[in-house]
Design a protein around this ligand. Structure first.
Ligand code: GLP
Length: 239
């Protein structure tokens, strides 16, 4: 596991370089994107690189990590909406090349089909992650099996509370989400994780040097051959 510690502004630039080198070598790369506040600076950087003509996503395919269950696709709290606002509307990716996991009571096979769609696209070349304060990656809450594929998740109270800052109140935060599983994430050829702020320090310390256990989902990353963590000094303060 490689660890880069710098200011958030520098981290966004360094993380964005992964996309420049990957897409110049492989324009049809398969990209796994994440939501939350942590990746926004990277998305700003990628949008700027696109405007400057230094990167193109025209042939890329994307698979997002997770999505809430029960929100309309055009709901301003949906992760689809977030991704179009923060990245997809600002770059040249065709809307037909972006993918989000979904769940349907009437089509139960649809959720796990997401892993098959990823495999059919050639597998994820570069997966971006944030980390929850309880160590979750995607919406894989503590206790999620390492063998999990894309699945429906009941969100914990702590995650709903943490994410309520984007909603009018905690009652508006959906109770369920659908998320790539741990195995889906671990299948990516390369993984980058960004975390800033003291609030993430404990989860980062446990993920990096703690026991590898489903109780701390991000600890599984210790088992992946190509992971880079982009941390500011506060997030790295307990390492
Ligand atoms: C949500 C997302 C995660 C994200 C986490 C941390 O729960 N499902 O993918 O990593 O929030 O978000 P933030 O970066 O805003 O702290």
């Amino acid at each position: 596991m490689k660890i880069i510690i710098d200011t958030p502004e520098k981290l966004y630039k360094l993380a964005a370089e992964n996309y420049v080198s990957l897409l110049s070598e492989k324009p049809r790369a398969v990209l796994g994107f994440a939501t939350g506040s942590s990746p926004v600076g990277i998305y700003d950087e990628l949008s700027a690189l696109y405007r400057e003509g230094k990167i193109s996503f025209e042939e890329a395919v994307t698979f997002n990590l997770d999505e809430y269950v029960g929100l309309d696709t055009d709901d301003s709290q949906s992760y689809r909406y977030f991704m179009f606002k923060n990245l997809f509307d600002r770059i040249d990716i065709p809307a037909s090349s972006v993918n989000f996991p979904s769940y349907s009571d009437t089509d139960p096979d649809r959720t796990a089909q997401y892993d098959k769609n990823i495999a059919n696209a050639g597998g994820i070349d570069l997966q971006l992650l944030g980390i929850g304060v309880n160590g979750h990656i995607g919406f894989n809450e503590p206790g999620t099996a390492f063998a999990s594929v894309t699945h429906k998740v009941k969100l914990t109270d702590s995650t709903r509370k943490a994410n309520s800052r984007f909603f009018a109140g905690i009652d508006d935060v959906p109770e369920y989400a659908v998320s790539m599983g741990i195995k889906t994430v671990m299948n990516a050829k390369k993984i980058i994780l960004i975390a800033c702020g003291a609030i993430k320090a404990e989860a980062i310390a446990k993920a990096v040097k703690g026991e590898v256990t489903p109780d701390m989902p991000a600890s599984v990353l210790q088992l992946h051959p190509d992971v880079t963590l982009y941390l500011d000094r506060d997030a790295a303060s307990l390492l």
